[in-house]
Design a protein. Structure first.
Length: 336
């Protein structure tokens, strides 16, 4: 992965802070930065949903540092921001169902943690703050494809938290002339996405089920659709947002997706074909807080960030399936 750079700058002159860098998307951003010889990459993570094993391969690199800490503590945020050029903020508690069960914990990480990081980055005058938002902010808006400036009412505490982040980011950009860019991710998937626990996302769950020869659960009739986006495309958006030279877009938020719609039933069929499996899914009633359809208009990111997602869902699923098979093969042999 990352066979071509998304930047033209010399990264060795810069220090980067990746919050949530032990998680799925964050660890890919770290991998990219180290591959292209970043001067320093610091990860701040409390390992609540991330894994030490995601960053283990980086710990041999002298330009890498791991700080175990929580973004809900302002002093921790200040300490890591005091010596960095760029902040790539990924740390948050993900998952709509988790936020419905744990709204206070979600708010602590996603809103208190977010403003702590934003304020610390402001105090230390970082060059740019790029952060993860979510397509969940489109809420009950029926508009398709989703355009950045048409959003509905949030349907979950998670969506509220991401919307509040966007509002804080916009206000900080205006009031303190900070360089801040938000990225509304649409269903990111790829290697290292966790398949375990009650809040795992559909793609790792489906792949893991198929590898285990166990039927996965599909909530609803499976005709709900998403703009599934391979993680390398999300990394591209982050890198391009970091280095785009246009202060008129500070405070803005951009859709990060591919611009293609796939139903959950079709997704499961693609995975079954890759795996050469004829397993059937088990259908259960749809979950509260979930949106029915999601498809991004990515023209704003294409135009202003020069974002050009290079990996489509089929190729992304091929890469992801191979990775899961290699990773979990020995575990599977032990459990079957
Ligand atoms: N994966 C997706 O499809 C998707 C979609 C939309 C938005 N997002 C957002 O992208 C970001 C990364 O998501 P991900 O899928 O990699 O999730 P993840 O759970 O794998 O990564 C999040 C990381 O943040 C860390 N973290 C959580 N709370 C923290 C805290 N209080 N202090 C320090 N670290 C903390 C976790 O330990 C984890 O390593 C999140 O902000 C998420 O909301 C993800």
């Amino acid at each position: 992965m990352y066979n071509q750079p998304f930047h033209s700058e010399d990264l060795s002159q810069y220090r980067f802070l990746v919050t949530g860098g032990a998680g799925f998307i964050g660890s890919h951003i770290v991998e990219y930065l180290l591959k292209y010889k970043a001067g320093k990459v610091v990860v701040l993570d409390n390992l609540s949903t991330g894994f030490r094993q995601n960053i283990e391969p980086f710990e041999l690199n002298e330009n890498f540092e791991f700080v175990e800490g929580d973004i809900s503590c302002f002093d921790t945020c200040a300490k890591v921001c005091s010596n960095t050029d760029f902040v790539i903020h990924q740390a948050a508690l993900g998952s709509v169902p988790r936020s419905i069960k744990y709204p206070v914990a979600t708010n602590n990480a996603n809103v208190t943690g977010f403003i702590n990081m934003l304020a610390a980055a402001k105090n230390y005058k970082v060059k740019k703050f790029v952060y993860a938002s979510s397509s969940s902010v489109y809420g009950d808006s029926p508009e398709l494809p989703k355009k950045e400036y048409i959003i509905g009412e949030p349907l979950s505490p998670y969506a509220v938290s991401k919307r509040v982040d966007e509002l804080y980011a916009s206000v900080f950009a205006k009031l303190y002339t900070m360089e801040v860019i938000g990225l509304r991710y649409f269903n990111i998937f790829g290697p290292r996405q966790s398949p375990s626990g009650p809040y795992a996302a559909a793609i790792p769950l489906f792949i893991f089920s198929v590898l285990n020869n166990k039927s996965p659960v599909i909530y609803g009739d499976g005709n709900q659709s998403r703009d599934f986006t391979f993680v390398e495309n999300a990394v591209e958006a982050n890198i391009k947002a970091l280095f785009v030279n246009n202060n008129e877009i500070s405070g803005k938020v951009f859709n990060v997706a591919v611009g293609n719609q796939t139903t959950v039933n079709d997704l499961f069929n693609i995975i079954r074909t890759i795996a050469n499996s004829n397993l059937k899914a088990i259908y259960q009633k749809e979950r509260p807080g979930d949106i029915k359809h999601s498809l991004a208009d990515i023209s704003m990111a294409e135009k202003l960030l020069k974002y050009k997602p290079g990996i489509d869902i089929q190729k992304g699923l091929d890469i992801t399936f191979k990775w899961f098979k290699k990773m979990y093969c020995s575990d599977l042999k032990q459990t079957t």
